[in-house]
Ligand binder design. Sequence first.
Ligand code: ZN
Length: 287
Amino acid sequence: MHGAPILAANPCQFLPPPSVSTAPAPLNAGPAGAGGRGGLYFPPAMIERPSPNFGPRPGDAVIDMLVVHYTGMVSAEEALARLGDPGSRVSAHYVIDEDGTTYRLVNEEERAWHAGEASWAGADNINDVSIGIELVNPGHDLGYRPFTQTQMDVFTDLATGVIGRHPIPPKRVLGHSDVAPGRKTDPGELFDWQGAAHAGIGFWPEVPGGTDDGEVLFAPGEKDPVIVEIQRQLAAFGYGVGSDGILDNPTREVVAAFQRHFRPEKVDGAIDRATLRRLEALTRLAA
Ligand SMILES: [Zn+2]
């Protein structure tokens, strides 16, 4: 539980299901419940902030993926404005501000426009089948900083609800960078995927460190049968990567995306022993 206070041990019951959403709240409504219950962890109310940027899901779509993002803008208000601007043609289902205030932009039943050009497990219809949650953070270009504990607690609460409402397996709880490697880096290496997994949201490969963790096994551009096996393991998990055995730039981008999610200590696209161990552990988990 990533050091969460004991009072946060069972935070999953506070967010109302979509069907009992409350009347629209003022846009500047603060975290209404914060500080209530004698200091107990108490997520703020869901604020309805509908975006026009959505459409129907295909009739046969099953919601079986959760994609985590950061907003990549200087402020929550700026991000909310963009996600609600019909000209931007982008949106997400939820936005979680750094103080935990949560906004619902698109109902889960509808198709939000958050993934863009993306693919996973051979399919590129990510928006059709996914829920998109944005966490407010300026991102790598504008001052990437740690997500707040409140943000993570609220994310855990919200994502637990999402996973409870839809058949989303752990291997399909992903970052935007997983489904769009090379193009996207969010939510990035500061997102607490390990803590999320410990709370039942996604996978985390537990492997002991070794003294040879940092040993880099292949040079950029190198071709090797072991690289074929690594590419196949990455592809078997879902990453969009070929199996030509060459550590080319697209493969390195996928390795970096894997690291950003599952080996955040070092994100460089190089295949070192620690990366390989994490990948093998993840492969066992996902089998
Ligand atoms: Zn994103």
